[in-house]
Design a protein around this ligand. Structure first.
Ligand SMILES: Nc1ncnc2c1ncn2[C@@H]1O[C@H](COP(=O)(O)OP(=O)(O)OP(=O)(O)O)[C@@H](O)[C@H]1O
Ligand SMILES: [Mg+2]
Ligand SMILES: [Zn+2]
Length: 533
């Protein structure tokens, strides 16, 4: 006589979750336990964990032939989050847990050998998938509860042990365990799945623009970048403030709306970079990568489980490449796809995953290998050749996509002293961000019947034909073209930046001032004199 038990779990492919059923069949025969359904190595280890966890929860293990299948078999399954569903299915088949009712629970947790429940990555996208599939409740490890609770419209239960999960599945009171249990019933189960904002967004701002003294041009570049979605290149001597500036860019971007917050949180949940105290990311993230980062660390990858990389952790925020010329050619090339398509598709033996990667790029570089090329004292010892070769490393794949280039010179003693004496204060992040917001609205209104929202996304061809500019405003650009310091491609970028400047100035279209300012961002001195014009 065979008996059957079933429990639901979620398989994640990138950020999309697919419902999976753990189905257990107990038949008479020799005691054995087989697990099928395309499991990866992690899943075969799950067999041993499930058995030990059940026994260590003082629940007898079936002394018969036991087969567990994760269905549908055609779906790739990764990770350890199926343990709990497998255990519940086995115990149902063995009559230790009552069969699932109509409002079935989804079980998402790893089991410890001692019968404890362990948190897993990617709980937020998993719970979201369960809610969307119409499940009424999910059971997760206590440490994953706050993250799970970000999804409304589904009841979330966080437990510490398998015994507690079994009690829940049986509809019995949940037994006490060494530490306190936090069962939490959330919102009405009829509401559509969405996100609850937590925390006070105003209190979570990062470093402020008011800390930056002087740097008029670089500050304007940050504002333009945040408004039009233009990637930014900062070139300057060590200590000139490049990192300081880059870190302040996320604060100028609009806060994440509900959908974006969910998306960003899901990425960080999978990457394992969610802050425990802040389970929902509501502010644009900042992700800095070092040039020693591997390609998988940069764009995502992994052998057993595909994890998002830095480009996805920077999704809806800022990706900062410090010392950009030091990055290897392969790494720089790998950035091309996400910059073009605003997502990455990663194919490995264990499957294919797509992650969002819509970020603002800030690349920083010293002007030359010794770093002193732009210093006032002319202390640079590099040859002109090694200087242009140094910046030339980022020219092809990256620089082409960057609309804004700024030379950052260290602030002079006068500015520093005037600030120390309580002189003219720099504008705050809140002040600049308000202008950015208004300018973005203006651009969105103009672009409302196009597929684009930000000026950096609009093809220049479209800009030129849809909103042609007067020839008088283009005089400076014409001269630059004629003397060969500006290419046709460069002109396209100048136009886009000029539109953003017009949006910031509240003008209907760019005039000569906006074009010339945009031109100066294109032809900053390093490039003008160097090999990259
Ligand atoms: N404009 C500025 N206003 C106020 N402080 C500044 C400014 N520029 C630089 N500083 C001070 O100098 C420090 C160094 O700046 P930062 O680390 O951003 O330079 P960097 O260009 O990134 O240098 P490196 O090339 O060495 O990475 C800052 O932490 C800050 O204290
Ligand atoms: Mg730095
Ligand atoms: Zn030098």
């Amino acid at each position: 006589m065979a008996s059957y038990g079933r429990a639901s779990a979620v398989a994640l492919h990138g950020l999309s979750g697919v419902m999976v059923q753990a189905e257990a069949v107990v038949t008479a025969g020799l005691s054995r336990f087989s697990l099928i359904g395309l499991p990866d190595t992690g899943l075969s280890e799950s067999r041993d964990r499930v058995r030990a966890a059940v026994l260590n929860s003082s629940i007898p293990w079936p002394q018969t032939s036991l087969t567990v299948s994760l269905a549908p078999a055609s779906i790739r399954k990764q990770g350890s989050g199926f343990d709990l569903a497998i255990a519940i299915a086995v115990l149902r088949a063995d009559g230790k847990v009552r069969p699932a009712g109509l409002s079935e629970t989804v079980f998402i947790a790893e089991l410890g050998l001692d019968g404890s429940l362990r948190p897993v990555r990617g709980v937020l996208p998993s719970v979201l998938a369960a809610a969307r599939a119409g499940y009424a409740s999910v059971c997760v490890a206590e440490d994953n509860l706050v993250e799970a609770e970000q999804v409304t419209g589904v009841e979330c239960l966080g437990v510490r042990t398998l015994r507690q999960a079994v009690a829940h599945a049986n509809g019995e009171p949940i037994p006490d365990e060494p530490s306190q249990v936090v069962p939490s019933l959330l919102k009405s189960a009829s509401a559509p799945p969405s996100v609850v904002a937590v925390g006070d967004p105003a209190s979570s701002h990062g470093p402020d623009m008011s800390d930056v003294l002087g740097q008029f041009e670089a500050r304007l570049a940050l504002e333009v970048s945040a408004t039009g979605g233009h990637h930014l290149f900062l070139c300057g001597a060590p200590g000139s403030g490049k990192t300081m500036l880059a870190e302040r860019l996320p604060g100028l971007l609009p806060p994440l709306d509900e959908r974006a917050a969910l998306e960003v949180t899901a990425v960080h949940s999978l990457a394992g970079t969610l802050h425990p105290a802040k389970p929902l990311v509501t502010e644009p993230p900042f992700c800095a990568v070092h040039h020693s980062a591997t390609v998988p660390a940069l764009v995502g990858g992994g052998s057993a489980v595909i994890r998002p990389g830095a480009v996805s952790r920077a999704h809806r925020g800022v990706l900062f490449l410090d010392e950009a010329p030091e990055f290897g050619r392969v790494a720089l090339d790998a950035l091309r796809e996400p910059i073009e398509s605003r997502e990455v598709i990663i194919a490995r033996n264990c499957g294919v995953a797509t992650f969002p990667a819509d970020f603002l790029l800030v690349a920083a570089a010293n002007p030359c290998p010794c770093g002193l090329a732009m210093s006032a004292h002319g202390a640079c010892t590099c040859s002109p050749r090694s200087r242009s070769a140094y910046l030339g490393r980022i020219s092809g794949p990256l620089l082409d996509r960057i609309d804004l280039r700024v030379d950052v010179s260290p602030v002079g003693p006068a500015e520093l002293l005037s600030a120390a004496a309580g002189g003219l204060a720099s504008e705050s992040t809140a002040q600049v961000a308000e202008r950015v917001r208004q300018a973005r609205d203006r651009a969105a209104r103009r672009l409302r019947e196009t597929p684009w929202r930000l000026n950096a996304q609009v093809p220049a061809r479209f800009l030129r034909s849809r909103w042609p500019l007067g020839s008088d405003s283009l005089e400076g650009a014409e001269q630059a073209l004629e003397c060969g310091v500006l290419t046709a491609r460069g002109l396209d970028r100048v136009l886009r930046v000029a539109w953003t400047l017009a949006d910031l100035a509240g003008r209907d279209r760019p005039g000569r001032t906006e074009i010339d300012t945009a031109l100066s961002f294109r032809l900053s001195t390093t490039f003008y004199t160097g090999a990259l014009a």
